[in-house]
Ligand binder design. Structure first.
Ligand code: SF4
Ligand code: SF4
Length: 311
């Protein structure tokens, strides 16, 4: 993969946002590698250093930052999408709505009315294209955004309703909500979903740097390559965070993977019983055990982020 997958104009739009607050992302090609633990601890360490931090949980299908911080989800705002609803008596089966849908979300069975079968982004192109007015607007809830303040840290969290597919829409709603007050934060930390799909791209948009969390396993190394390729395509500088770095596995392969992509390893976090206990309790280790080895690694990383982004 190369950066040429996206045009210069698309990349410019991707990096554009209406505020000056620096944004860093914590991401990963694979789930279950400790990405959210890393994001929460970086955010908590920055907040403990006196900075106003926005932590954005953009893993909308399984948001868990609030659990790892033992915070309630507050101030829910419903996210709705305008979806087409067919009035059968007005439909002439012309197919214009099918042609208008760029997401191929509509299907027209022979002699029947259109059926919504894919992810609808509420663009209304089908509704506008229908010559008979057979498509009405039906507002559907697809999830919610939440906002919880705790000291220097404000958590923005997005939740997709079970069975829905519009996770990218939730991420955009989350970012719109953040943008309304982004200038009051010193830094924004975005915890993306795992993987390299559209929802991850939407979460990475605007990030000045991405920390790709992985673990020293063969699957971890494989998926690290995917997320580093995505960051390269999006022209987002990436660094690696090697979690559970003392696991026996293919740790030796990370050096050539990092070197081949000109990416540095920002932190190596050994598997640590104190870190595990804090995870079980739902509290960041930088708060529960600030002198533990893992907490010191996060604090040191936060200090480097501070020097780089918070001058
Ligand atoms: S609203 Fe847009 S995305 Fe949804 S079905 Fe119609 S054309 Fe397709
Ligand atoms: S554009 Fe309108 S009339 Fe034509 S198939 Fe779609 S709903 Fe029916």
């Amino acid at each position: 993969m190369t950066a040429e997958v996206f045009t210069a104009r698309q990349l410019e739009a991707l990096h554009d946002h209406p505020y000056a607050t620096p944004v860093i992302a914590v991401t990963g090609g694979k789930g279950g590698v400790g990405k959210s633990t890393v994001a929460v601890n970086i955010a908590a360490a920055l907040a403990a250093r006196g900075h106003a931090v926005a932590l954005v949980d953009a893993d909308t299908e399984a948001p868990n930052n609030h659990i790892l911080l033992s915070l309630p989800l507050k101030d829910h705002i419903d996210v709705q999408v305008a979806m087409p609803l067919v009035e059968p008596s007005l439909c002439t089966h012309c197919g214009d709505c099918i042609a208008a849908c760029r997401r191929n979300a509509l299907f027209l069975p022979p002699d029947q009315t259109p059926i919504l079968m894919g992810e609808c982004n509420g663009c209304k192109a089908c509704i506008n294209a229908c010559p008979t007015g057979a498509l009405l607007t039906r507002w559907m809830s697809v999830g919610a955004t939440c906002r919880t303040e705790s000291g220097n840290l404000t958590l923005f969290s997005g939740e997709l309703l079970p069975g829905r597919e519009e996770s990218t829409i939730i991420v955009r709603a989350l970012k719109d909500r953040l943008a309304a007050e982004a200038d009051r934060f010193d830094i924004i930390v975005v915890d993306t979903a795992p993987g390299v799909h559209c929802t991850v791209i939407a979460a990475l948009a605007g990030a000045g740097c991405a920390y790709a969390v992985t673990e020293p396993t063969r699957v971890g190394m494989h998926d690290l390559g995917l997320i580093l390729d995505l960051c390269e395509m999006l022209a987002i500088p990436a660094r690696i965070i090697l979690n559970r770095s003392n696991l026996s596995g293919s740790q030796a392969t990370i050096a050539p993977e990092a070197a081949s992509k000109d990416v540095t390893v920002a932190a190596s976090i050994p598997h640590d019983s104190i870190l595990l206990q804090s995870y079980v309790k739902g509290l960041p280790v930088v708060g529960t055990n600030p002198d533990s080895p893992a907490a010191r690694i996060f604090t040191d990383l936060a200090a480097r982020i501070e020097r780089e982004w918070l001058k």
